[in-house]
Write a protein that binds this ligand. Sequence first.
Ligand code: GDP
Length: 327
Amino acid sequence: MAIKNLVDQIVSGNRRALAKAITLIESSRVDQRKQAEALLTELLPHTGGAIRIGLSGAPGVGKSTFIEAFGMQLIRQGLKLAVLAIDPSSSRSGGSILGDKTRMEELSRQPNAFIRPSPAGSTLGGVARRTREALLVVEAAGFDVVLIETVGVGQSETTVAQLVDLFALLQSPAGGDELQGIKRGIMELADLLIVNKADGQMKAAATIAAAEYKSALHLMRPKFEGWQVPVLLTSALDGTGLPETWAAIERFVEHMKQTDQLDTLRMGQARSWFWSEVTEGLLEAVKSEAAIMERAKALESDVARGVLTPGSAADQILTDFFKRREP
Ligand code: GDP
């Protein structure tokens, strides 16, 4: 069977098979979707072996420079690294955060690195789903570290944090003003805070910023029991702090394993993935029925005009939807 063949090739580390699998899971064709599900089911026993890292930061903070330098360090250590991206804006702008070929030039040439740009998709949910599946595929292919990059704007951080073991936030060395500017909610997602560009003239500012972040973090409720979020100083340009970053990641994973929090975290993520599949599946089914959508339009305008509550409009749509499915 073709799927079985593909599975064997992926598990043995065949890159063409890997690329083929990812193309398959990114397809929205119904028949290919079915094949993708069959493939993922077969791959499932081979997944779970990687350290899953999320990396976020505002545009210009140095994410791609950091991933290039940090990634090369991991490669030199003999590790296999996959870099995936979540950029829900990519379908609108026509490009994606990893689409630019000049990014991570050296890393992209490494046989032990695999870089995949953000899949196009109209919704963050859709993009996240494909990235989650890509994560399983690269794990089955034997990658030791999977890094999921996202731009630090809006909802995508929360989505990425739902997919990974460790969420790292990259910050620039700007002082107190910047600190005020970061949304508290995003700080709360971080397991590791990295102040990048700690070099040259910015080194002093970076050191001050790191101290400020540290004291701000001390006031926060810990995300994981027994884990105090480290604040690291790095320079993606000269390599400062990169070995320390990896050491902190290893310490985090060790801590999470020893306290049984890693399994709990991943199990919780799998559960919420399941429910988001149910939600998305239901929504797709509703939207695929023309008659239902026709009626939804009318109800939507009643809701907009304030003559009908959203709750009762939704109720009517769902009642209609299920009535049509009765035998
Ligand atoms: P991204 O938008 O977050 O991916 O940021 P880039 O990696 O494209 O970097 C934006 C700019 O910051 C580029 O001009 C980089 O050369 C520069 N940059 C990145 N990391 C560092 C660093 O550690 N130190 C200094 N001085 N510049 C950096």
